[in-house]
Design a protein around this ligand. Structure first.
Ligand SMILES: O=P(O)(O)OC[C@@H](O)[C@H]1O[C@@H](OP(=O)(O)O)[C@@H](O)[C@@H](O)[C@@H]1O
Ligand SMILES: [Mg+2]
Ligand SMILES: [Zn+2]
Length: 177
């Protein structure tokens, strides 16, 4: 199966150092909704793996998080596409969970859900932890320059990382490859 896994904040929607705490703050990056819809219509399964420590920090609740993801699904459906499994880590950095990136727990959960091997599967992120999570399960790390991507790039990234301007550029590459 053609599986693409996306980080959320900084890849699908704008990110903020103050966290994305409400539906109003959840603003799609230009071209990202269309990219997901086009990929979906081209036969790709698009899943999401997102750290959401704002839950543990008390900045927003699960109902708000679910509303953001319902909005994502609605916007993509309006373009004729669909979003696959969305997995999130609600834990804080000090809880020692297995799902918070750079740990690969969310990626392995997605692989188990779809019964696929993650080797070479593209995982698109804007932070170093995203790239490290990909490498931990032999997936292909992909960095976008949106969100924290430019900052991540400036600090140095794993050698095998592929770099794209944004999710729209990734869709163009994968659909027309
Ligand atoms: O990029 P994804 O994984 O979708 O989500 C990132 C968010 O959960 C937040 O992650 C936080 O990191 P800490 O969780 O505080 O280390 C900060 O980087 C915030 O700016 C960011 O909004
Ligand atoms: Mg991110
Ligand atoms: Zn977790």
């Amino acid at each position: 199966m053609k599986l693409l896994i996306l980080d959320r904040d900084g890849v699908i929607n704008q990110d903020s150092d103050a966290y994305i705490k409400s539906l109003d703050e959840w603003i799609p990056i230009p071209g990202s909704i269309e990219a997901i819809a086009q990929l979906s219509k081209a036969g790709w399964t698009v899943a999401v793996a997102t750290n959401q420590s704002g839950i543990a920090r008390g900045y927003y609740d699960l109902a708000t998080l679910d509303a953001m993801h319902a909005q994502l699904r609605r916007l993509v459906a309006e373009q004729g596409g669909e979003v696959g499994l969305i997995v999130y880590c609600p834990h804080g950095p000090d809880e020692g969970c297995a799902c918070r990136k750079p740990k690969p727990g969310m990626l392995t959960a997605i692989a188990t859900h779809y019964n696929v091997n993650l080797a070479g599967v593209w995982f698109v992120g804007d932070s170093k932890g995203d790239l490290e999570a990909a490498l931990a399960v032999d997936a292909q790390p992909i960095l976008v320059k949106t969100g924290k991507g430019e900052k991540t790039l400036s600090k140095g990234i794993p050698e095998k990382t592929l770099i794209f301007d944004d999710l729209a550029a990734i869709a163009r590459e994968l659909i027309h490859k």
